[in-house]
Design a protein around this ligand. Sequence first.
Ligand code: C5P
Length: 230
Amino acid sequence: GGLWAVVPAAGRGARFGGALPKQYLPVAGEPLLAHTLRALFAHPGLEGVVVAIAPDDPHWPGWTAFEGRPVRACSGGATRAASVLAGLAALPAGVRADDFVLVHDAARPNLRPADLAALLERGREDPVGAILAAPVRDTLKRAGDDGGIDGTEPRERLWRALTPQLFRRLQLERALAAAAAAGAEVTDEAMAMERQGLRPLLVEGAEDNLKVTTAADLALFEFLLRRRAG
Ligand code: C5P
């Protein structure tokens, strides 16, 4: 089957504040989500995208295609994992059980084409799959209840999990369903796979693959976009 991506975009953006969920904030005349889809479709091998949106999302632009390739919308769930599960269920029948599927945050518009290509190349050679990630640069402190420092975490082996993440369709479905059944909150797809005893590969990606969470992130993305346009 062909390569598809699932984009969870059903978050309400509570951390950003304001009425408009962050994936719809206007950037250069378009919703942030349009920039995210463009970054994914920059890969010529991507056949289509399923976007998981909030039920009765008034902001959804109603796309059925983007850059000439199909876009499907489905209703997401109460958690990111539930939204991804809904997206996987909405993939076309042509995507087979052992086909790799990308999962990419709606709020990560600054994905670089070279990173997406590297993830696909290395992830498809891995028995489990892979995620984009960036090494931790800061010194990490563990806080006590009183706000004092209980300790310092060695950062040498710590990575920040980014997206896209690349897994086989059925394996990912089963891992996410198992986590949900156990009541375990998984904050990315790899975490659900890890709970199954699987070991996804880390593929180093650019640090500017930012998740737009705050106004400062949005300003940074606007800057990066302008710089790219030259
Ligand atoms: O809020 P957070 O950073 O976890 O969101 C990551 C991505 O997951 C966002 O693109 C958000 O729209 C999506 N999400 C979702 N369904 C939820 C919660 C978050 O699709 N219930």
